[in-house]
Design a protein around this ligand. Structure first.
Ligand code: NIG
Ligand code: FE
Length: 416
């Protein structure tokens, strides 16, 4: 049995409704402690009760026959003094594209001198990804995973979409599945160059052999429903084919201009529609009346000089909002959830508490997970200790590395 007691937490973000005053989305506790047993949160409460609870817990569990049978395995409790710092749930980044080859720094540089972002740039990354070996892609992916962990992200989704042949999409799905259970099949990212004159054949491939090859490694199906990528009708066909194979739908929509992505997402019961930069009143109303999360990706607007999505409008209408990085080499080459929080607060009308909630519990909702994004008994012990007294500092001190220690399933990922 492995037990860790984190105490002297100045501010604990539990994200549990009702744990604190009404109107606090973060279920905030002050002067708190968290007891972790075997990778799960076992208890959350006031720091001055922590020692008693922990020893009572140790006594009761060592009397259980299953533990006695394991004999000497019962271990002493590791103690962590949070030093009055803030503890939040590990970030849940529900939207990344981190399995790819090459980069597009030249495209970013050109954009900063006025060239507009266009969906077609994806094809350049497709060429670089196809040219990379499995070992190269795996090493690159491992680097991004280390980057995510170091910045406090403990759950992340990874999309395919830079292979766009049956074999390349299947290998991206397989490689992604080595690092996360949240794998998304995005064969419908863009029509690849070799199918430019026969897009119908490409769609038939996506809903046929490509889906067959990728579904066993994937949990989700996604489509880029946007001018320059896939039409609403094409998108619907692709999502329906994924759903028929047991995958859960999510959608890229309303990124580059108004469109039908949001309505499509709501119609198919998607867990999330991502980007949501250009929304009509009808889109907002449809989201508010649905279980579909609006996932906002402000790294994209930052990196493409597009207007930011209006988070305030969505939240005030009753829409559930998540924040994610969209880490990819074209529109948002950052894996930093603290940066997303800072942008959401500064540029999108979110309060710091709303932004932290959206980057943790919101991401969990967008992945239909209830075991992450919260700190409560029974949840995964995915925890981040900040080198700051409150979570507000994530927005207040942009660009400063405030993530000091990270635990995933109770195991520390950062050097102590
Ligand atoms: O989410 N929107 C589609 N896909 C990515 C961009 C990918 C790229 O430019 O390579 C996105 O922004
Ligand atoms: Fe994306």
């Amino acid at each position: 049995m492995s037990t860790t007691l984190i105490t002297n937490i100045g501010e604990l973000t539990t994200n549990v409704g009702g744990a604190s005053a009404p109107g606090d989305p973060c279920g905030t506790l002050r002067d708190a402690a968290v007891l972790v047993v075997d990778g799960r949160v076992a208890w959350v409460g006031p720091a001055d009760e922590a020692e008693d609870v922990s020893s009572r817990f140790a006594r009761s569990t060592t009397r259980e026959p299953s533990v006695v049978e394991r004999g000497s395995e019962a271990t002493e409790t590791k103690r962590v003094d949070a030093g009055g710092g803030a503890v939040i749930p590990g970030f849940v980044d529900s939207h990344t594209h981190i399995v790819f080859g090459g980069d597009r720094a030249d495209e970013f540089e050109a954009r900063m001198t006025g060239t507009a972002y266009a969906a077609g740039g994806i094809r350049r990354t497709v060429a670089a990804t196809r040219a990379a070996t499995d070992a190269e892609l795996r090493a690159r992916l491992a680097g991004f995973v280390a980057e995510l962990h170091a910045q406090g992200t403990t759950t992340f989704e990874v999309k395919t979409g830079y292979g766009l042949t049956v074999d390349d999409e299947a290998r991206l799905a397989r490689l992604a599945a080595e690092v996360t259970p949240e794998v998304t099949f995005l064969g419908a990212h863009v029509v690849p160059a070799e199918y430019a004159e026969r897009r119908e054949d490409y769609i038939a491939l996506v809903v046929g052999d490509m889906l067959d090859a990728c579904a066993p490694h994937s949990r989700w199906v996604d489509v880029f429903c946007e001018r320059g990528a896939f039409t609403p009708d094409e998108s619907r066909r692709i999502l329906d084919a994924g759903i028929a194979r047991g995958l859960l739908p999510r959608v890229h929509g309303n990124q580059l201009g108004p469109g039908d992505g949001v309505q499509l997402a709501v119609a198919v019961g998607a867990a999330s529609v991502d980007h949501c930069t250009y929304l009509s009143d009808a889109d907002v109303a449809a989201l508010a009346a649905s279980d579909t999360v609006a996932t906002l990706l402000p790294g994209v607007e930052f990196s493409t000089r597009q207007p930011y999505p209006d988070a305030r409008r969505l939240i005030d209408a009753g829409v559930t909002v998540a924040l994610a990085s969209d880490c990819n080499p074209g529109s948002s080459f950052t894996s930093s959830m603290p940066l997303m929080i800072a942008l959401a607060v500064r540029e999108m009308g979110m309060t710091p508490a709303e932004a932290v909630w959206a980057a943790t519990a919101g991401g969990a909702r967008a992945l239909r997970r209830d075991d992450v994004g919260v700190i409560t008994a029974g949840a995964c012990a995915d925890l981040v200790l900040l080198d700051a007294p409150t979570r507000v500092h994530l927005a207040y001190r942009p660009g400063v590395p405030l993530v000091s220690r990270v635990w995933k399933d109770g195991a520390e990922l950062t050097p102590a």
